[in-house]
Design a protein around this ligand. Structure first.
Ligand code: PGA
Length: 257
């Protein structure tokens, strides 16, 4: 992939706060990042903060007008109705969110979310006007037995909504064994999987995946972000633990731009 092709895909740096943050510290973190982002003359990357659903409203207000965007960490497949406890993609959009993570491995693992459910959630997100960040990634057994590409291909085939273009969705590749563990995939491994993801998505959508943004996630830190983000087929990062510290997340973001 040539450098000029990569430049067409604007890097995307996403914070996944997971179940962390109360209103005061969440607003402080969001405000700090929004101020720094707002001071850049021409930011060369997009920044999205995905707080817990309880803080989407407060964070969206805190970053309003700065260029930093807000996202959810999950959304129901349903718009509204008798679904106690669910968070509607339309509700997130109503609060100002622009993105939503779907199919994160912690949802797939702890809430038994299937590819079909992830697809339904991504479809709902799109209908609500949100960009879904669809997560895929293999567990340690699949990794060790060399089944990474097969697992990821199956997840993509099952989780992608129909009738969309590659530019309307984002894929995050997060090997489960790298999430929160301090272990990071090798650069060659990341690049190889991202290339295959782009090809898989092109195949499933029946269209060119050149505009698809493929993020890497799993123990991304300030000291490893630059080499990862320099890879041709890495178009951004999805950051968990390191996104809870303004300085760390900002350093990672600058490595994207
Ligand atoms: P981590 O989490 O950066 O803490 O490994 C990434 C994620 O789960 O999105």
């Amino acid at each position: 992939m040539s450098h000029s092709e990569k430049v067409q895909r604007r890097p995307l740096v996403v914070a996944n706060w997971k179940l962390n943050g109360w209103r005061a510290d969440g607003v402080t973190l969001a405000t700090t990042l929004a101020e720094r982002y707002g001071q850049l003359l021409a930011p060369a990357f997009d920044m999205v903060l995905c707080p817990p659903a309880t803080l989407v409203d407060a964070v969206a207000r805190a970053v309003d007008g700065s260029g930093v965007l807000t996202g959810g960490q999950d959304a129901s497949a349903h718009r509204k109705g008798a679904y106690t406890g669910e968070v509607s993609a339309w509700g997130l959009a109503d609060l100002g969110a622009r993105y939503v993570i779907v199919g994160h491995s912690e949802r797939r693992q702890h809430h038994h979310e299937t590819d079909a459910l992830v697809r339904a959630k991504a479809t709902a997100a799109l209908a609500a006007g949100l960009t879904p960040i669809i997560c895929v990634g293999e567990n340690v057994e699949a990794h060790q037995s060399g089944r990474t590409l097969a697992v990821v291909a199956e997840q993509i085939a099952g989780s992608l909504p129909g009738g969309v273009t590659a530019a309307e969705i984002v894929i995050a590749y997060e090997p489960l064994w790298a999430i929160g563990s301090g272990a990071v995939a090798t650069l060659a491994g990341i690049e190889a999987v991202h290339q295959v993801i782009r090809a898989d998505v092109s195949l499933v959508l029946g269209s060119d995946g050149g505009a698809l943004r493929v993020l890497y996630g799993g123990s991304v830190k300030p000291d490893n972000a630059h080499p990862i983000l320099s890879l041709d087929d890495v178009d951004g990062v999805l950051v968990g633990g390191a996104s809870l510290k303004a300085d760390d997340f900002w350093d990672i973001a600058l490595a994207a731009g």
